[in-house]
Design a protein around this ligand. Structure first.
Ligand SMILES: C[C@@]1(CC(=O)O)C2=NC(=C\c3[nH]c(c(CCC(=O)O)c3CC(=O)O)Cc3[nH]c(c(CC(=O)O)c3CCC(=O)O)/C=C3\N/C(=C\2)[C@@H](CCC(=O)O)[C@]3(C)CC(=O)O)/[C@H]1CCC(=O)O
Ligand SMILES: NC(=O)c1ccc[n+]([C@@H]2O[C@H](COP(=O)([O-])OP(=O)(O)OC[C@H]3O[C@@H](n4cnc5c(N)ncnc54)[C@H](O)[C@@H]3O)[C@@H](O)[C@H]2O)c1
Length: 148
């Protein structure tokens, strides 16, 4: 874990522009999380797995320059080259980026979001055991809900 320690930064996303590239299950799970925390979310994808309210959908492929003005970005298409290009653009512009198919290209890890009783937790591992992360998040959500 010490080789890949990620600091939990609990940042205010309200009104901030978040760009999600891709419109499949993973991209939309993240878009929903970002939207629910108040971000101004733009999803760029030629196809959405399902409609989503409260976001802006640009119905086209990613093009260089799409991240301009973004506070953070997520690359979650099923195309390795596109995800890599999004990561590279983000790094050039110093925009934090999660690249969903390549832990090494992420400047931040997208956490498993846990909320309940006015509290928020986010879980990541060292980026190698996503099932363990999901299991830990499930347990933490239950604890947060149970607290008085
Ligand atoms: C926490 C969560 C947030 C979210 O996604 O919302 C999340 N992954 C989740 C689930 C999940 N991820 C994967 C599966 C299928 C597993 C399987 O079947 O084997 C499932 C299960 C599922 O989707 O149900 C596969 C996978 N994930 C990554 C790679 C690439 C790689 O490892 O390099 C691959 C292989 C892709 C491929 O090969 O195709 C990479 C990343 N995933 C991360 C976050 C970041 C590190 C956090 C951490 O690991 O602790 C990191 C490093 C980067 C990032 O994306 O920011 C979410 C749990 C949400 C919850 O439970 O609430
Ligand atoms: N980090 C995680 O939690 C996790 C979990 C499972 C899978 N993955 C990885 O995440 C990626 C997405 O998975 P999925 O199941 O959501 O995929 P998917 O196949 O359901 O969706 C892919 C999406 O990418 C879009 N897309 C393709 N080319 C594009 C382009 N040039 N510009 C913009 N959008 C484009 C498609 O329109 C589609 O909406 C895959 O690389 C997968 O390996 C990550």
């Amino acid at each position: 874990m010490e080789e890949n320690l990620r600091f939990p930064l609990f940042v205010d996303l309200r009104g901030r522009r978040a760009v999600v590239v891709g419109g499949g299950r993973i991209a939309l799970r993240r878009a929903k999380g970002l939207r629910d925390f108040g971000a101004d979310v733009t999803v760029i994808a030629p196809h959405l797995a399902q409609p989503m309210e409260g976001i802006t959908h640009l119905c086209r492929s990613y093009a260089p320059g799409d991240l301009t003005g973004a506070f953070l970005a997520v690359a979650a298409t099923d195309d390795r080259a596109v995800n890599r290009a999004v990561g590279e653009e983000a790094r050039r512009q110093s925009i934090p980026v999660s690249v969903a198919d390549q832990a090494e290209e992420c400047t931040f890890f997208f956490p498993a979001l846990c909320t309940g009783n006015g509290m928020i937790a986010g879980v990541v591992s060292d980026g190698t055991d996503h099932h363990k992360t999901a299991a830990a998040a499930k347990a933490i959500r239950a604890v947060l809900e149970e607290l008085e």
